[in-house]
Design a protein around this ligand. Structure first.
Ligand SMILES: [Zn+2]
Length: 259
């Protein structure tokens, strides 16, 4: 059974989600990738499975970007060599492409929170090496205003599922946003770094938990790593011994296995 640092999950099921659950009982469930009918909610059709690109070795040992060829044990990609990330390692379950984009959008904006258990299983498999009973699994937090608008933090659903499946410690409020930041999606890499610089802090009541800890940060998508780096920096400043990152999907420049 997984443990949890006190103070709750920090997410709430709203009336829209309750309505969706009720409608799911009436409407035929659909594959979240292809829209085909499936026999039960939170299932993928065979074509949906085939459309996803699960990330397996070989990949960069630091940031997890998949390699097109096996360059040997422990090799890092050019980006990590040129500019080492703040986090120690990152792993992703799938490549962020047209198919996984549909999963992420449905999960983030369309209340498909029932998908969290499936995604958590993929992520626990992808990040198995970084998860132990002592690992603190923490979501990238939303600012309270965005949490109010969106009603739930999709990353907290993922972190809860990962911690439960891996038997690790769920720490949903290990970090907080110190200020609201505009969405990252339309910003350049440098703009993304500036946007989230100093945007995270470890609350005083969790400093003792973080000091000397191994933390695995959980988010839905890794694009440039700016958000995960900013969060990792705050955790390391608070004394975390090691900070890894585990995401559902990661962007691969140029497509699957481009490097
Ligand atoms: Zn890398």
């Amino acid at each position: 059974m997984n443990a949890q640092i006190p103070h709750g999950v920090g997410v709430a099921l709203g009336p829209r989600q309750a309505l969706r659950r009720a409608l799911d009982l009436l409407m035929p469930p659909q594959c979240p990738v292809t829209g085909e009918r499936v026999v039960a909610p939170a299932l993928l059709s065979p074509a949906g499975w085939a459309a996803l690109h699960f990330i397996e070795t070989p990949y960069c040992r630091r940031c997890g970007v998949p390699f097109a060829a096996d360059y040997g044990e422990g090799v890092e990609c050019p980006s990590c060599i040129a500019e080492p990330p703040v986090f120690d390692r990152a792993c992703a379950a799938v490549v962020y492409d047209d198919a996984s984009h549909k999963l992420v959008v449905g999960f983030k904006h369309a209340d498909r929170t029932e998908l969290a258990a499936m995604f958590g299983g993929w992520m626990a498999w992808a990040g198995g090496q970084m998860l132990s009973p002592h690992t603190l699994v923490a979501p990238i937090p939303l600012h309270r205003f965005r949490l109010l608008a969106r009603r739930y933090n999709q990353s907290a659903f993922l972190s809860e599922a990962v911690a439960r499946i891996a038997g690790a410690v769920h720490a949903p409020r290990l970090l907080r946003r110190t200020r609201a930041t505009p969405p990252q999606k339309d910003l350049s890499p440098a703009g993304r770094r500036r946007n989230v610089a100093g945007a995270f802090a470890v609350p005083a009541e969790h400093r003792a938990h973080v000091d000397g800890a191994h933390v695995v940060l959980v988010d839905d998508v890794l694009t440039t790593g700016a958000t995960l780096n900013a969060a990792a920096r705050a955790l390391k400043a608070a004394g975390a011994k090691r900070v890894d990152a585990l995401v559902l999907a990661r962007v691969v420049k140029g497509g699957v296995g481009a490097i």
